[in-house]
Design a protein around this ligand. Structure first.
Ligand SMILES: *Cc1c(COP(=O)(O)O)cnc(C)c1O
Length: 401
């Protein structure tokens, strides 16, 4: 492992854990956060070094868990474009709008970042069998890295997960179990079976390294904006690793002396059919309640409960951010709008950020002159069933039958 990775810290109690062993949640049932000796790292890692670095997330190797001699199999994850979306800017009269296009990652979503670092990290600590509950993209990413490394992947998805996710997992050689229930039920299945089968559980925030991969989105935003963070980041929120990871990245960069204390206002977008964080935020609560009867076509947002809820809410309060929900109709309309104005076919989760942006502009919460980043977290090519609901071509071909 990275020699400057000093320990893993319980995000509730602060208790330290050994980073050179496979770990799960802390004894308090909370996520573990990797901690580095940033003072030591700042002595030899300077931002100028990045100029000659590889163009993927491993360009920030000094701030990631793997050591120089560890085996690392990358599929080119990270370092995605920050698109200045000219036509959309003109249409909305928001001259400083950007889309961070995560659909360009391997397997078409930002899940590749987290799974690359968790699977590679755990591989070097001896794990050879992996399991994950997933709404779709995480399963695909795990299956891809498991295929690249030649290890076992066992994935559990709701049975109504879009077909592309099921097919890609099978093609990558993963064992796929379709579950009658939501991601939380899938998580229970993994928990029940993992001990017997010797699986390493890479569920969202239940091991320490997925978040390390996800935090590279924060490094990239900082680097792409020349170390001056934007005013607002709008992020489609399910389990919350992206929000938590970016916030961690900003704090690490400040400790390295690469950025100042300015932080973006962080916006969590959820679907109206599954909005536990929005509910908790509106009630100014520290934790969220489990959402009953969760439904939305943005499958990555169909997460009724997260172990990182208290961390997300803390970030929203600290950053003077906000949580907002948008309906599935708004999500589909915004997905088409984003596509037709930019040439990027976003996942519905990405479309949701545009719908939220338009609401927040209208409410005056965002000023049109502000520098705003929308996160398109995945590719629309995997959600054809959902996107077809609005397609004139498919509607007319059905009508003519
Ligand atoms: C998983 C997922 C999300 C939610 O991400 P978190 O970081 O877990 O909140 C959003 N969009 C897409 C496309 C996803 O696959």
């Amino acid at each position: 492992m990275n020699p400057h990775l000093t320990h893993l810290e319980c995000s509730k109690t602060g208790k330290h854990y050994d980073p050179d062993r496979l770990q799960g949640l802390s004894e308090a049932g909370a996520p573990l956060m990797a901690q580095y000796d940033l003072k030591a790292i700042s002595n030899f890692f300077h931002k100028e070094k990045l100029k000659s670095r590889r163009r993927d997330m491993w360009r920030y190797r000094e701030l990631l868990p793997l050591g120089e001699n560890d085996q690392l199999i990358s599929l080119g994850e990270g370092f995605t474009p920050l698109n200045p979306v000219e036509r959309l800017r003109n249409k909305l009269d928001t001259p400083h709008l950007f889309v961070k296009d995560e659909s360009r990652n391997p397997t078409g979503s930002f899940k590749a970042r987290g799974l690359s670092s968790s699977v590679n990290g755990a591989y070097n600590l001896g794990a050879r069998k992996f399991a994950i509950p997933s709404a779709g993209n995480a399963a695909g990413a795990l299956a891809a890295y498991a295929a690249a490394l030649g290890v076992e992947a066992h994935v559990f998805m709701p049975k109504d997960t879009p077909a592309a996710f099921q097919v890609e997992c099978e093609a990558f050689g993963a064992e796929v179990e379709l579950v009658d229930g939501l991601i939380t039920t899938c998580g229970q299945k993994v928990a029940e079976k993992k001990e017997l089968h010797g699986w390493y559980d890479v569920s969202t925030l239940k091991e320490p390294f997925r978040i390390e991969g996800k935090k590279t989105m924060g490094f990239e935003i900082a680097e792409q904006f020349s170390w001056e963070l934007p005013d607002v980041i709008i992020y489609p929120t399910g389990g919350g690793t992206g929000l938590i990871g970016m916030w961690k990245a900003f704090n690490e960069l400040e400790q390295l002396g690469w950025i100042g204390s300015k932080r973006p206002r962080m916006v969590a977008v959820q679907a109206s059919g599954c909005a536990p964080i929005v509910d908790a935020f509106r009630n100014r609560e520290k934790k969220a309640h489990s959402w009953e009867d969760a439904h939305t076509l943005a499958s990555g947002l169909r997460v009724p409960q997260s172990v990182g809820d208290f961390l997300m809410l803390d970030i929203l309060y600290k950053s003077k951010g906000i949580a907002i929900d948008v309906t599935d109709d708004e999500i589909i309309d915004a997905t088409y709008e984003l596509a037709s104005q930019t040439g990027i076919l976003p996942a519905p989760e990405g479309g949701a950020t545009l719908a939220a942006f338009e609401h927040l502009l209208k409410q005056g919460w965002i000023d049109p002159s502000e520098k705003v980043v929308l996160f398109n977290t995945g590719s629309g090519y995997k959600y054809i069933e959902a996107l077809r609901m609005k397609s004139k071509v498919s509607a007319s071909s059905i009508a003519s039958k």
